[in-house]
Design a protein around this ligand. Structure first.
Ligand code: TRP
Length: 331
């Protein structure tokens, strides 16, 4: 039986963080053995906010290298940059013409983002339609997403229904969300009530995958905790400490209870020092591989081209069928 298709991506904004690693990429990695996985860098989505062209280019290469360095295997998966497969933008248009404005108006991420910026461009509004194109081009069965993208996936399912009603059901597959079993949500280091976000303007809030050990030590040492001194895992009343214990638990494989026992009678500072060492140790081989890849740009571009080639063959098949369904003249 053919393997089920998994597709996911990360928008090329900010820095990939320890939160992305623990929450998403580790999960992607565990899926690569069992499924036919496509993972991409969403560079077109990044353009919904103003980008410095040079920086964006560097960041896209860096994200791709980090995917590889974090353990996504280019032979087992299809790894690529979204803009290298022009069919994403083409299917996006067809789907845009099927999507009611009212549905897009309800998207909470659009409401949040547009309330925070003066640059409210149409791309920000139609962002979830492009996401739907990403998913539907590859007949994805399952889409691993975080909580914040669930509504977009629901919209994608609505779009598939609109499409099925108008053009029949043979071309586009209905995707299912996949919420990772690793329930760990990694929070901001300075404000543990919000998620650790890669687009956070305050870099003290997150640990980047490619931060130097010195920076990592500093950020973890200055993480906000509370004025109590007892080591307990209590996300409600000790959100900061509990966030550190969660990270510690995921990276060490020990349960939070074990850690609490281990640190009984010690100070928060001890947890921080040991955790910082563990984070540095975990990221060391990743960073070594990352720097090697970044030094070898030809090789990196070659892997991108291979991934794009694999993805394109599949995307072209779907797009052709869509054009035929739609009544466009195909040659
Ligand atoms: N919007 C996702 C993010 O915030 C990235 C993304 C783009 C995506 N297209 C997708 C995720 C398709 C899953 C499926 O990072």
């Amino acid at each position: 039986m053919a393997k089920k298709v998994i597709l996911s991506g990360s928008t090329a904004t900010g820095d990939l963080t320890l939160g992305n690693y623990i929450g998403a990429i580790n999960n992607w990695k565990s899926l690569q053995e069992e499924y036919d996985c496509l993972y991409f860098v969403a560079d077109l989505h990044a353009l919904t906010v103003a980008q410095d062209p040079k920086q964006l280019q560097e960041r896209c290469k860096s994200f791709f290298a980090q995917y590889l360095a974090l353990g996504l295997d280019p032979d087992k998966n299809t790894l690529f940059l979204q803009s290298h497969v022009p069919e994403h933008a083409e299917l996006n248009w067809i789907l845009t013409c099927l999507t009611p404005m009212g549905y897009l108006n309800r998207m909470t991420q659009f409401k949040d983002k547009s309330s925070q910026t003066k640059n409210i461009n149409a791309g920000l509004f139609t962002y979830p339609v492009l996401m739907s194109a990403d998913i539907l081009l590859y007949q994805a069965d399952v889409v691993p997403v975080g909580e914040d993208q669930k509504q977009h996936l629901e919209l994608c399912r609505d779009i598939v229904n609109f499409y099925h009603n108008r053009y029949g059901e043979k071309t586009l597959k209905m995707p299912e969300p996949h919420i990772g079993k690793q329930g760990a949500r990694i929070m901001s280091l300075q404000d543990p009530s919000k998620k650790m976000s890669k687009s956070d303007e305050n870099e003290k809030n997150f640990v980047s995958i490619i931060d130097t050990p010195k920076k990592i030590q500093k950020k973890i040492k200055s993480a906000v905790t509370d004025s109590d001194t007892v080591i307990e895992f209590d996300p409600e009343n000790k959100a900061g400490l509990s966030n550190l214990l969660t990270i510690y638990s995921v990276l060490s494989g020990k349960s939070t209870e074990e850690l609490v026992n281990e640190y009984q009678g010690k100070m928060y500072g001890h947890v921080k020092v040991d955790l910082a060492d563990l984070v540095c140790e975990t990221l060391k081989p990743v960073q070594e591989k990352y720097h090697d890849l970044m030094k070898n740009e030809d090789y990196l571009l070659e892997l991108m081209a291979k991934g794009a080639q694999k993805a394109r063959v599949r995307a072209q098949n779907t797009l052709k069928a869509v054009y035929q369904d739609t009544g466009l003249v195909t040659l």
